[in-house]
Each structure stands twice: as C-alpha cells, then as structure tokens.
Design a binder for this molecule. Structure first.
Ligand SMILES: [Zn+2]
Ligand SMILES: [Zn+2]
Length: 190
C-alpha cells in the first residue's frame, strides 16, 4: 500500500544521518524566480516530523519536517520583502513567502520555552549534512485534519521503519524542557 507521508520519509529505510560538523546552508522558497533566501549559520537541532496543522508541508505530504536553530544563526539574505507573517496571533510567528506560501522561518517573540530558537524546514536547502529527523511528533493530530483512522497503525509502522519513534505531542526530552521552563517561570515554586 502506498502511504505517502513526506518525501524525506517515504523511502521506507532508516534515514541517512546528518554531519555533526555541518556548517549550515541556505533555504530557498519554491518561487521560480526572486526566491526568498534564508541562510542558516550552523546545523539544526531537534529536527522531527510533525503532524500538526500549523507547520508548512509540501504538496501531498501528511507530515511536516521541522527543526529549530538559535535565532542568531538565522539571516534573511534575499527577497525579504516577499515575507509576511501567516498568523500574527500565533505563538510562533511564521514568516512565509506571499507568492509560493512556503514558510521560511518561525520566530517566537513572547515568553515561551523555545524563545531564542527559530523553526525552519531544512528540505528547502540543497545542501547536504543537515541533522536527520529524530522522531515524529503530533502523530495523532493528523486525524484532526481528516486522516483515515484505519491507517494509523500503518502510519506509525512506517515512521518507525524510517527510525522515527512516534509521539502524540513531542519527544520526552522536549516535554521535560517545556515543563522545567514552566516551573522556573511560575510564581510559586514547590
Ligand atoms: Zn516564494
Ligand atoms: Zn507542527
């Protein structure tokens, strides 16, 4: 059964590992010309497949592939005037190309456990060596977007065959980081 999830994952094989010494590279939007370019000054962290409805994904994909990188390593290097924020009320301000719709980077401006990191899609780069996806998050969320519940077992099996453990929120290390941040920033410590 063909079960397209995302072009990076659909090979059905364990994903090729990234290069720990990778120096970064350039993301480009999908426009034919005058592409928006974002240059990343290092490798990404916590790259993962995401089943939520907010992350940008290529046509036909069920999952997004999204990572974070420190804000200081992100620079818009061409055609910045084509960017706009998709939803000003969202915690993550997703800066997308107004012409092709691709999300170039997402930035958090308010207090948040991931403030200081931008969200990016390394598939927008032709450079090789980016960290490979580490896990699949928000897997059950694909059902909220109309995915067939009968296929969930096959979806999870396919993600695992690519080496991605599946979670319905984020992987434990990230959930721990969020909870620790919440404790640190709350008024009443136990
Ligand atoms: Zn574009
Ligand atoms: Zn997402």
């Amino acid at each position: 059964m063909a079960l397209p999830l995302h072009p990076l994952i659909d090979g059905g094989l364990p994903l090729e590992k990234g290069d720990p010494n990778f120096p970064g590279g350039t993301l480009r939007c999908h426009c034919a010309g005058h592409k928006v370019e974002v240059t990343l000054g290092g490798n990404v962290l916590h790259n993962h497949a995401c089943g939520c409805s907010k992350c940008w994904k290529p046509a036909g994909a069920v999952f997004a592939v999204i990572a974070v990188i420190p804000v200081g390593q992100v620079a818009v290097t061409a055609n910045e005037d084509k960017l706009h924020v998709v939803d000003e009320s969202a915690a993550i301000q997703r800066h997308a190309c107004r012409e092709c719709g691709v999300h170039m980077y997402g930035r958090i401006e308010k207090d948040h456990p991931f403030k200081g990191f931008d969200f990016v899609h390394v598939e927008l780069s032709d450079d090789k060596g980016w960290q490979e996806p580490q896990f699949a998050g928000f897997v059950s969320s694909i059902l909220e977007q109309g995915y067939d519940p009968a296929k969930m077992g096959a979806v999870r099996a396919k993600l695992r065959s690519a080496g991605l453990e599946t979670y319905d929120v984020l992987a434990p290390a990230l959930m721990d980081a969020i909870a620790a941040w919440t404790a640190e920033t709350s008024q009443s410590r136990l």
